[in-house]
Design a protein around this ligand. Structure first.
Ligand code: SF4
Length: 367
């Protein structure tokens, strides 16, 4: 993704609901920022982020937004890219005339007391004034009873719950009391369960970040929990956000991430079960619990290695977040398009590479 200049001026230090932040990819797609996507990727979902002076009230160790609080209001990166602030009205107008391949808008909450009313109101505005499907990425720590129902009434179609860390211990250490954060593992999973009740099976998903210190088996168990409850996993590869508490931690090794991507796919397609899988003494996946023929077919389809996220009206993933996990280049982690033969040849090699550590010691393509 290469951006140059901004014909629509971004503003800073302005608050939602009058202002929202846009991912760089969304700003490029709506024509606010000039640029081009590596390998002609096309974004199918406009990702918006609510914004408040003083930033997000949580303190997650891996998140660039937590550092905004420490640094005053200076905007930082989030999911690897900058998010500039724009007038909400200007954004809604632009969404109304977005390119035809854009099918969805996602509004991400942050942890702030004003956020719950603002997300519901903004969702209602976008629902009334555009034809887009709407996802809300909610912050369970600030929701009140009944809020999910109000979100649905306002026009939201799907819910995302960013659980992010795959085990209760990692959650506590990276998002909970250890880092003086307000989040709780149980509250997040309960919110996911309630989202599935309110929005229906298959209409909510969890975000999980691979590479926060969990083993492959632990990630498999978290993804299976999400699936067995009735939804899906939207998978991210950890990227060390500058100025975050984890800025010096390396991304997961590509081989580790490829195995988790494949495991996610076969779990979410109900093709396997953790009991059918085999793990080695470092809890790395050695057998996915499917036949060799099926495994070959699935890998060479390329589907497991594409970005996982909420779909568009055509059923394909709309929220494909181009280069949200790595710099554009040879080692794309979440492919925002169909991978080509030479991409998959490399994927195949990485999948069965057990020679290295779990983290990319060279800093991978992430730094
Ligand atoms: S996967 Fe869904 S909930 Fe998550 S950011 Fe994308 S559109 Fe939003």
């Amino acid at each position: 993704m290469h951006a140059t200049e901004s014909p629509v001026p971004a503003v800073s230090q302005q608050e939602s609901p009058v202002y929202v932040r846009l991912s760089l990819a969304a700003a490029m797609t709506l024509g606010f920022t000039r640029g081009w996507f590596f390998r002609n990727a096309r974004l199918g979902c406009i990702n918006l982020l609510l914004t408040y002076s003083g930033g997000c009230r949580a303190n997650c160790a891996f998140c660039g937004l937590a550092s905004e609080k420490r640094a005053g209001t200076r905007p930082r990166s989030f999911i690897r890219v900058p998010w500039k602030t724009y007038h909400t009205e200007t954004v809604i107008d632009a969404v109304r005339s977005a390119p035809a391949h854009v099918h969805r808008v996602c509004i991400s909450m942050v942890t702030h007391p004003k956020c719950r009313e603002d997300v519901i109101n903004l969702c209602g505005q976008i629902s009334k004034r555009t034809t887009m499907d709407i996802s809300l990425l909610v912050s369970p720590s600030v929701l009140h009873p009944g809020d999910l129902k109000r979100m649905k009434a306002a026009g939201a179609e799907r819910i995302g719950v960013a659980i992010d860390a795959a085990t209760p211990l990692l959650f506590e250490q990276l998002r909970g009391r250890t880092v003086h954060g307000p989040h709780s593992w149980d509250r997040y999973w309960n919110c996911y369960a309630e989202s599935l009740d309110v929005f229906g099976k298959g209409m909510a998903g969890v975000h999980l970040i691979c590479g926060l210190g969990e083993t492959e088996k632990e990630m498999v168990m978290a993804m299976y929990q999400a699936r067995s409850m009735g939804g899906y996993t939207h998978l991210f590869s950890f990227f060390p956000e500058k100025h975050s508490a984890m800025e010096n931690v390396s991304p997961p090794a590509l081989s580790h991430y490829r195995r988790i991507q494949l495991a996610r796919w076969v779990i979410d397609q109900d093709l396997t079960h953790p009991k059918a899988m085999e793990f080695d003494n470092r809890e790395r996946i050695r057998d996915f619990g499917i036949s060799e023929t099926s495994l070959q077919k699935i890998v060479w389809s390329g589907e497991p290695f594409r970005t996982s996220g909420c779909p568009g009206k055509d059923g394909a993933v709309a929220c494909n977040r181009p280069y949200g996990n790595e710099k554009p280049g040879d080692n794309i982690r979440n492919f925002p398009f169909q991978p080509e033969k030479n991409d998959l040849e490399k994927v195949w090699q990485d999948l069965f590479d057990y020679s290295g550590p779990d983290h990319d010691c060279k800093g991978g393509n992430g730094k």
